[in-house]
Each structure stands twice: as C-alpha cells, then as structure tokens.
Design a protein around this ligand. Structure first.
Ligand code: ADP
Ligand code: MG
Length: 471
C-alpha cells in the first residue's frame, strides 16, 4: 500500500504541484484525444487515481469492476501510461489497477461505517479501506451551478436533506447523460453524511446492486444481502435504467424499496428517462418510482453553461479568457460532461505546449466534440487502411520505418489526416503510427499542409482518400 505523500506527488511542467486528481484530470484530457468517445466514456467513467508515489513512479488507479480492470490492463495500459507521462514529465513507471468504487461512503471520524462490500456477500468485491474512497468530493452542492434546466432537481435534492424520508420519497432524478444526476446524488449523500453522521448511507450504481444480488444467489448469502440493503437509512441508487432485462434483480429491488419506504428511509433514484418511459419494467416498480417527487434535469441555458465553465476553471486553477469560455459554452449544448471535457482537453493541451489558448486552438478542441456522426465513426485504423489502399501499400509499410519516398508520403498523409479528420494530438498520432516521436508527426503535418497548397495533384489525392473515408 502506497500512501499519498503530498511532497512526492508529481510536478507538472515544473511549475505547480498538482494532486493525483488533477493529474488524472489532465491525463483524462489526453486519453479523450486518443480514444473514441464511446470507449472513453465506457471505460474511464468512475476511474480515479488512488495514489502516486513519485520515488518509485507507481500509480494506483481505481476502476469500478473486474471487467474494467482486465480491459485496462490488456487494452489501455499503454495509452494510460502515455497519457500519464505526458502530463507528469515521464515520471510514471508502473500502473496498477484496483477495483474500488467512488460511490462508497466515506467514513467520517466516529461515524457508523456501513460495509458496502460485506464479506459474506462473497464474490465481487472490493478492497476494504472505506475511508480512502468515497463520494466524489467534487460533487457537492457548493460546486453545483444552479440555472434553468436543473433548478427543480437541485431544490428537491436540497429539500430531502432537510426532511429525510418524509418530504419526497423517493426522489427520482432523471435526465440525459452528463447533466449532473450523479453529481446531485453524491451531493445529497455527502450532505447527509455531514449532518447525520449516525445515519447509514448506502450509495451505489444499480449495477452494483445486481452484482451483489447475483453473488448472493450463487453463494446462498441472501440473509446477509438483505440485511445489508434493507438495513440502511438512506439508499441512493444511480442509473436504474439498468434494471431493464433483469427480472429477478428487479423483484429483489422492489421488495427492498417497499421495506425501506415503509420505514420512511429516504431513497434517491436516478435514471436516464422518466419512470413512465421505463416501459420494460414491471408496472408496480414504475408506480413506486412515481410515489415521491420526480424531477428532470435538462441542459442549462448558455448563461448557466458559462457559469459552470467559470466555476470549473476556478476549481482547476486555470485561467481562460472570457471570450473563449463564451465560445465553448455557446458551442457545446447538450452535455455538461462534454463541456468539462472540452475544458480538460484545453488544459491538457496547455500543459503540453505551455502556450496560451487562442480562439483557434479552442475551436479545434470544440470541433472534436461536435464532429458529425460520420466523423465520429472514423477510426485511426480506417484512416490508415484508406491511405494504404489508395497508394497500394501495406499497413506494415505505413507503420514501418522504410524511407523510400513512395512510402514516406503515404505515411505522412496518414498523420496529416489523423490530425485533420480525427483531431488527434501529435503524441497520439505518433503512438498510433507505431510509436513515432511527436516532433516527427508535427513535421509531417506541416510538410503535407505545405505541399497541399503547392501541389494540385496531391490535393486531389487527399480529396480522393477523404471521399473513401466518408463515402
Ligand atoms: P450524469 O450522472 O447525469 O450523467 P454527472 O453527474 O456525472 O452526469 O455530471 C457530468 C459532469 O458534469 C460532472 O463532472 C459534473 O460535476 C458536471 N456537472 C453537471 N451539472 C453541473 C452543474 N450544474 N454544475 C457544475 N457541474 C456540473
Ligand atoms: Mg451518472
């Protein structure tokens, strides 16, 4: 077990001392550039750095489950390593992945600890160390910007903290992805923990409930399972849309719900759609969800989005000109996670280049979030294949090191297109092309850019390749 030693935490670009969370934020900004959006959100949600030991260069990253862990180890380790080293001046030597969940309850001094991973439940589980992880500390009411779109959800969330179990039970929050449901749920949990240290708060994703239930079924540990879930004072369940298709788990949840409701135990449920739209669920479950208060969250208006960006800048101690903030807020309209993602990308870019962001650099970043669907489907591999096919060379030729002109040009065009069409960063392109240095990529992109202005033939060739990509 490595303990976080504040003095030993990495320095970024030799200036400010940053904590693991900031390093991870910057690394995520990098990873977002390297991976497809779907992969990025699927695998990197709910990950965080547990510890960094600068002396040994070891980083421990928390992942939410065993599946993600093996995926990280097998598929993404090299990317993560690269991203972390990009933001830490190559200080990272080794990464370990540990299954932990950010949704576990923090143990405040002297409070009742609620063991999320009851040993008797067996199977799936998580290392004990309850006080080390917990609710996401950034997800508090103080950090939540209230505006059109989320006012109702916000007020209802505050209200239940005042009158636990009696005012609105359950509180059902719904809205599209990235609009702050999990944020509000963690804010509720943390406020209740603070004001009622004696209450047992259990906060989890519905998938976690399912996993525990399945393990209990396998090991015959139903008593322990029920004692755990039905013995809480507050139950916070994120993303119940995952109940669909899980008949037995749904039954079990229904009875858990009934019992807690009867005992006036506060419940908060989140979902990506309103109860009525969860049509695959049993009617009795849907009607229970409608018993209390239903509040939807919509994307806030542009003023609120500006305020959110300003607050995130402050949180990250990053200065961005007002004009640029407004540009981002006006462009990204559907998802606050993306709004924040764009900011993280800009910060990562700044950390690497140490250049003050300009409207052009910001435009590039924003464009990558707005890319049309056909562009989104584009992968580096597709770019490589299209170029190779067009010039009748092999993928190995593109990835290789042979300096013949008939191979060098296609290789450089590949880099150029990855930059133009995928908005990949130079280091990422280098990585995609068999581990080339980012300066090689910069040179290639410049060179092809220049040649395109001068050479009509090359321009036609590149147009042709693009047509293949999108045709
Ligand atoms: P959801 O659970 O609805 O998919 P999250 O709660 O994970 O969305 O929110 C996505 C990101 O956006 C988080 O980083 C969260 O802090 C941020 N966020 C969402 N709404 C707000 C808000 N009103 N103020 C500040 N940050 C917000
Ligand atoms: Mg969520």
């Amino acid at each position: 077990m490595i303990l976080v030693d504040k003095k030993k935490i990495c320095y970024i670009a030799g200036t400010s001392m940053l904590d693991p969370q900031k390093i991870w934020q910057s690394a995520l900004g990098e990873l977002e550039l390297m991976l497809s959006k779907a992969n990025f959100t699927t695998w990197f949600q709910n990950t965080f750095i547990i510890t960094i030991a600068e002396d040994t260069g070891e980083v421990a990253i928390a992942v939410p489950n065993a599946f993600t862990k093996s995926w990280m180890e097998q598929r993404y380790n090299a990317y993560i390593m690269k991203a972390l080293n990009n933001v830490s001046q190559d200080k990272i030597k080794r990464i370990s992945y540990q299954i932990q969940t950010a949704r576990q309850v923090i143990k405040p001094p002297d409070a009742t600890i609620y063991p999320l991973s009851h040993p008797k439940l067996g199977g799936v589980i998580i290392q004990e160390k309850v006080d080390e992880f917990g609710f996401n500390k950034r997800y508090t009411f103080d950090n939540f910007i209230v505006g059109s779109g989320n006012e109702l959800a916000y007020s209802a969330s505050r209200a239940i903290c005042e009158e636990l179990g009696t005012r609105y039970n359950p509180l059902f929050l719904y809205g599209d992805v990235g609009l702050g449901k999990t944020h509000l749920m963690h804010a509720i949990g943390q406020l209740i923990r603070r004001n009622h240290a004696d209450k047992k708060v259990l906060s989890l994703n519905f998938e976690r409930f399912t996993n525990d239930f399945v393990s209990a079924a396998r090991s015959g540990g139903f008593d322990a399972f029920r004692a755990t879930y039905r013995g809480v004072d507050i139950l916070l369940v994120d993303d119940v849309q995952f109940m669909i298709d899980k008949e037995k788990t749904q039954d079990e949840f229904f009875h858990t719900f009934e019992e807690l409701h009867r005992k006036n135990k506060q419940m908060v449920i989140t979902s990506d759609r309103p109860p009525k739209a969860l049509v695959e669920l049993q009617d009795r479950m849907i009607s229970r969800f409608e018993w209390g208060m239903i509040a939807d969250i919509k994307m806030p208006d542009v003023e609120t989005r500006i305020a959110i960006l300003e607050s995130k800048c402050k949180e990250k101690q990053f200065t961005l000109e007002r004009e640029l903030i407004v540009y981002i807020a006006e462009s990204i309209k559907n998802n606050i996670r993306e709004l924040e993602g764009a900011l993280n990308k800009i910060i990562a870019w700044y950390e690497l280049s140490r250049k003050t962001p300009t409207i052009n650099s910001v435009k590039d970043v924003v464009a990558s979030f707005l890319a049309d669907p056909s562009k989104r489907a584009l992968t580096p591999k597709r770019v490589m294949e299209a170029v190779a096919e067009f010039y009748s060379v092999s993928l190995d030729d593109i990835l290789g090191t042979c300096r013949k002109r008939e191979l060098v040009v296609p290789r450089q065009i590949t880099m150029y297109l990855m930059r133009q069409e995928l908005n990949f960063s130079f280091p990422t392109i280098g990585l995609q092309l068999g581990g080339r240095d980012h300066t090689t990529v910069m040179y290639a992109c410049d060179k092809i850019g220049g040649m395109l202005e001068a050479e009509e033939r090359l321009r036609l060739e590149v147009e042709n390749i693009k047509q293949r990509l999108y045709g």
